[in-house]
Write a protein that binds this ligand. Sequence first.
Ligand code: ATP
Ligand code: MG
Length: 216
Amino acid sequence: MIKAKGIHKSYGSLEVLRGVDLEVRQGEVVSVVGASGAGKTTLLQILGTLSRPNSGTVEIAGQRIDGMSDNALSDFRNRNLGFVFQFHHLLPEFTAFENVCLPGYISHRPRRQVEQRAEELMELLAMSHRINHKPSELSGGEQQRVAIARALINTPSVVLADEPSGNLDSHNRQEIHRLFFELRDKLGQTFVIVTHDEQMASMADRVVQMSDGLIL
Ligand SMILES: Nc1ncnc2c1ncn2[C@@H]1O[C@H](COP(=O)(O)OP(=O)(O)OP(=O)(O)O)[C@@H](O)[C@H]1O
Ligand SMILES: [Mg+2]
């Protein structure tokens, strides 16, 4: 699902990634750990096509993404990648259900198909009873579950999560971690999860340890 080779990224004279290679198979849950500033978010953004490397190649689901135009990339991102961030970034004026559907509408899939999928995902994430709530009417854990449903709406090749439970209490944190594995088991979903949570990291199929711009 992911094949990244020789990724270098600098900001001015600051070399943040110094030659990173990473391969992730379908259905694998990989956690990325390392000290603050090690380059985890930078790597995730490059894998997610949100940022371009200075050199190196990235393949997602068999497609080379370096060299794609910005327009082609945003279309590719919408169809192939799901994102979950530390803060949910749900749109406050839309309901939970509408937030989940939005990336589906943007991809121009048939409306009915998108909404049916959204209903299934909300059920899978135990959110069926809250579909008409606005984000401000949801708890932190519920908001994050809506964000996960939104990430899954277009059946992405990979879900990239950057400290998805970093903003939650320990009960909700465990619940979110459990969900990632349930989604992998039920949907075969591939995940790359940056986390500072040792328990989450140890649950993953593989732990990728980053230090100072390199994978150890
Ligand atoms: N846009 C930018 N411009 C300049 N420097 C940046 C930029 N983005 C990140 N950096 C620097 O790159 C380094 C790696 O940042 P990154 O966000 O990838 O770290 P991280 O491993 O995700 O850390 P954390 O665990 O604190 O989130 C840091 O030293 C950071 O200051
Ligand atoms: Mg980070």
